[in-house]
Design a protein around this ligand. Structure first.
Ligand code: ATP
Length: 322
């Protein structure tokens, strides 16, 4: 039962508005009262461990799954009640699409294009996803990465305003991943909104304007990847290895780990790094493997999701600061 209906006065700057969304499977609460907004023209990455509730949330936004409660507005439509209208404005790239293997690339896209009132020109789409050289190839002759590009082109045939991408680069080689990222970025420059799920932190870091981290059916953190979990304000760690018997400056040393590296957290990154490197130069000491580190998106993600699952399991654990 839908508890609430879409309120009047939809914010035109928002592509998605979700409030107090709930979904249970039997007695299991897969989505447990979540709120978030996605602005138009933004790339938003939904992150979270297996079973966090991402797919359920995405399928509710797409209109493929009914919610139990809360408000969901996608491009101003309620996907539960206006799915047919919404479908004209969204594109969906699933992890595997069943495409006729013996059709050629351009034939496949033409076949989909007739389904839409205002399709994008087929050759323009082929260019957009970088399949120009494969225009006349049969689907069966495409590599995995090329098939995913075709999936993306299919999702773009109807010129959607909002694109849902489900783990868009799973199984790609590194070069193909970077190419796919460029396509997604290009879509954002065309003003499209992109909602993607991913398990790759580098993908979220590279692509997303906003990251939403889910765990155990809840949103545990959201924000731009660079500031998620206040990681931009987290203390800096300096890491280096010294020749045996060398004593570092006061406050900048420590017990080396098993790999021989000293890791020391510093309060004033610029001044402390200067003090250490000045000392090393003056004393002609080799700071082997010298590195200055802040928590990565992955560090923050792991800390957020491990504390969320610990809480969900009924254990008390103070959330570690990143
Ligand atoms: P993954 O990263 O593995 O794709 P996810 O974050 O997308 O995970 P969901 O697929 O939304 O997670 O699943 C959330 C929870 O709901 C899981 O515990 C899952 O087992 C359960 N679930 C999902 N679909 C159903 C269903 N149709 N019937 C019963 N339980 C389901």
């Amino acid at each position: 039962m839908v508890k609430d209906s879409v309120p009047a006065g939809t914010d035109p700057l928002l592509a998605v508005r979700v409030r107090d969304l709930e979904k249970s499977y039997g007695s299991f609460r897969a989505v447990d009262g979540i709120d978030f907004d996605i602005r138009r023209g933004e790339i938003c990455a939904l992150l979270g461990p297996n079973g966090a509730g991402k797919t359920t949330t995405v399928e509710i936004m797409e209109g493929y799954r009914k919610r139990d409660g809360g408000v969901v507005e996608v491009l101003g439509f309620d996907p539960a009640h206006q799915r047919t209208l919404l479908k004209r404005h969204i594109g969906i790239v699933l992890q595997s699409t069943g495409v006729e293997p013996y059709l050629k690339v351009h034939e496949t896209l033409r076949m989909y294009a007739v389904l839409y009132p205002h399709p994008r020109p087929v050759d323009e789409l082929i260019d957009l996803v970088g399949l120009t050289a494969k225009r006349n190839a049969r689907v069966i002759e495409l590599s995995g990465g090329q098939q995913r590009r075709l999936d993306m082109a299919i999702a773009l045939v109807g010129d959607p305003e909002l694109l849902f991408l489900d783990e868009p680069t799973t199984g790609f080689d590194p070069a193909a991943r970077h190419e796919a990222w460029e396509i997604v970025r290009h879509l954002a420059t065309l003003g499209k909104t992109v909602v993607l799920t991913t398990h790759f932190m580098d993908e979220a870091q590279y692509l997303a304007d906003q990251v939403i981290v889910m765990a155990s059916g809840k949103v545990v953190e959201e924000g731009p990847p660079s500031t998620l979990g206040s990681r931009d304000r987290a203390k800096v760690c300096v890491r280096y290895r010294l020749p045996a018997g060398t004593v570092p400056p006061e406050g900048l040393g420590g017990q080396p780990g098993p790999d021989g590296f000293i890791e020391v957290t510093v309060d004033d990154a610029v001044a402390d790094v200067f003090r250490l490197t000045k000392w090393a130069i003056e004393e002609q000491v080799d700071l082997d493997g010298f590195e200055v580190k802040r928590p990565t998106l992955e560090d923050v993600y792991l800390s957020l999701t491990s504390s969320a699952s610990t809480e969900a399991a009924g254990l008390t654990s103070p959330m570690e600061s990143p």
